[in-house]
Design a protein around this ligand. Sequence first.
Ligand SMILES: *[C@@H]1O[C@H](CO)[C@@H](O)[C@H](O)[C@H]1NC(C)=O
Ligand SMILES: *[C@@H]1O[C@H](CO)[C@@H](O)[C@H](O)[C@H]1NC(C)=O
Ligand SMILES: *[C@@H]1O[C@H](CO)[C@@H](O)[C@H](O)[C@H]1NC(C)=O
Ligand SMILES: *[C@@H]1O[C@H](CO)[C@@H](O)[C@H](O)[C@H]1NC(C)=O
Ligand SMILES: *[C@@H]1O[C@H](CO)[C@@H](O)[C@H](O)[C@H]1NC(C)=O
Ligand SMILES: *[C@@H]1O[C@H](CO)[C@@H](O)[C@H](O)[C@H]1NC(C)=O
Ligand SMILES: *[C@@H]1O[C@H](CO)[C@@H](O)[C@H](O)[C@H]1NC(C)=O
Length: 610
Amino acid sequence: MLFHSLLLIFQITFVLSFSSDGYAPIKVQCPGGQLTRSSTTGLNQDEQSYINSRYQVAKQNLATFLQNVNLTNFDVGSFLSKANPTIGLAFSGGGYRAQLTGAGEYSALDSRTHVVNGKGLGGILQSSNYISGLSGGAWLVGSLVSNNLVSIDDLINQNSLWQTEHSILSPGGKFLKDIGAWFKIGDQVHGKQDAGYDVSITDIWGRALSYQLLANTQNDGAGFRLSDVITQPNFQNHYSPFPILVADGRAPGTTVINLNSTVFSLTPYEIGSESPSLQSFVQTKYLGTKLDNGYPVNSSSSCVNSFDNAGFIMGTSSSLFNNVILSLASSGLPSFITNLINNIVVNPFEKLNVDVAKYNPNPFYKSVNPDTSIANSKTLYLVDGGEDGQNVPLVPLLHRKLSTIFAFDNSNDNLQWPDGSSLIKTYERQFSPQGKGLAFPYVPDQYTFRNLNLTSRPTFFGCDAKNLTTLTDNIYDVPLIIYLANRPFTYWSNTSTFKLEYELNERNSMISNGFAVASRLNGTVDTDWSTCVGCAIIRREQEKLGIEQSDQCKQCFKTYCWDGSLYKGGAIGDNFDNYGLTFGADSYNQKSTPGFYNTGANLKKRDHEP
Ligand SMILES: *[C@@H]1O[C@H](CO)[C@@H](O)[C@H](O)[C@H]1NC(C)=O
Ligand SMILES: *[C@@H]1O[C@H](CO)[C@@H](O)[C@H](O)[C@H]1NC(C)=O
Ligand SMILES: *[C@@H]1O[C@H](CO)[C@@H](O)[C@H](O)[C@H]1NC(C)=O
Ligand SMILES: *[C@@H]1O[C@H](CO)[C@@H](O)[C@H](O)[C@H]1NC(C)=O
Ligand SMILES: *[C@@H]1O[C@H](CO)[C@@H](O)[C@H](O)[C@H]1NC(C)=O
Ligand SMILES: *[C@@H]1O[C@H](CO)[C@@H](O)[C@H](O)[C@H]1NC(C)=O
Ligand SMILES: *[C@@H]1O[C@H](CO)[C@@H](O)[C@H](O)[C@H]1NC(C)=O
């Protein structure tokens, strides 16, 4: 009864006003000129100027890192006076599993992390040019950069972000507060609709996600835009690597595969794709503006801001989860949210395409490539960045010609463990029309990945640029890939992609295990690990300059480079080697071990006001 009268009160307010809390797009004056650009001319100018300033900071930090790792027969100063090694970090999809494992990996690269003590890779984050994320990896990257590139130590101590003991589907944290939160979400999404914009389930999904990922911003991120990331102090002072979130384009009613997907980059400055099927970008800030070949259609006052809600963008990159929202509609939720969901999926098209995020108006309408289905469509349809099987967001980084990319693979390929599938898809893409201009090092098949232990220890691909001549003429533009697959060192981190709720100690154990993956169990598995990473980072520039590799680095490469061999023998089963959790049979029963982030004192719960 109380429940029903509450609902009634909500319902009445709900009908009277749609207070969108800044979620609905607004009309603004146009900046003048074309709001799209062709990607054939290179990088976005704002991004280029960010990177120019960023690299000066990154290079200094890299000098410190290289000093710290004790490279022998190597003079850091004289090398860096001639060479410009560049680093990218790529975090895969995989729901919370990927977000939390990725958070531990990120913390292992962060010089601010208290547990590093010289045994992790602290300082790599501070030395990197780019950080990309897709789906669960986009939750990680999007949440961090929207919160001033917070360190994981601080994030855990602050106890407001990532209160994962509440399901993503429980935005208020408990029953009555949930109703209030869903009511607000309904209002915000209705507000966008009311302002004249098509909405999709991604709008609801993105808002629910934001209660976890953007909880530190006003109204849980209802008014926080991807383009607002540039206002964060650690962006302004170039402390942060440049963030790129990834989604795929999908024409209605089609499926995407790695060979023909249009890979979209979503950055604080622009959204679009270098893929031959588009080769065009639009300014993120003006997303939602009705454009014809990039020019505002009506008048100079008809431009739009605030379509680029950061939660909506993270929801787009993870739109596979729209199905989870849809399943809510039949599970006894308050009627206003069920009605909203049912209103959105009213026609058969929507039912068949639940996993899309709708961008209407399509900013690329009648743009450069009038032959493509994208340029002819009034709506741009984007889906989860992992739907083309390239679950590690590498493609945008490949276009940026870095020396080294850390590929953090937390995919579910086999028993929720990765088996290299994502890298294989990216490797194959270079031979298709959509992969024109891209080059990616040789990688073996999944069977080899698993049975040569390439997923149970870090593996370097593309160690020798001279072996890449059959792939490209520009061999030094192909990055060396440092591949790190999820595996259980201190915790069974192969949790389901669709697990939307983690107790805080579970969350912290996942993060700790991620730290162990990237740090080789806090440096205990291999005390030379950070030195070997140093060898990998300097490799391309050494090759370019014709500098001979030191014996120390040659030894590292013997340990960590894939040597080109393929495995043909019998399966070795779970190829976890003798380190970590799987050591000893009874560890299979082990539930959790104390990790870096199990600081019991911090388990206070966040209180949400509806
Ligand atoms: C580098 O050498 C110093 C001094 O010997 C030592 O304290 C430090 O642990 C070494 N670092 C690595 C990564 O081996
Ligand atoms: C991509 O290829 C698949 C398989 O050939 C096909 O079914 C699909 O329609 C293609 N999609 C696009 C957007 O071309
Ligand atoms: C643009 O103009 C058309 C026709 O004059 C009108 O129907 C439409 O609402 C206008 N759109 C915007 C975004 O102002
Ligand atoms: C996690 O990995 C172990 C070992 O490979 C496997 O036995 C278990 O079924 C996996 N769990 C899930 C949820 O897939
Ligand atoms: C990690 O290694 C450092 C340096 O050896 C050590 O001080 C720290 O206690 C270790 N942390 C854990 C959790 O083992
Ligand atoms: C070297 O190149 C050949 C093709 O020319 C390829 O088959 C092999 O896998 C490459 N080796 C490595 C280690 O990448
Ligand atoms: C892979 O690891 C297993 C132990 O899990 C070991 O028996 C095997 O020799 C390793 N294979 C290679 C090629 O190192």
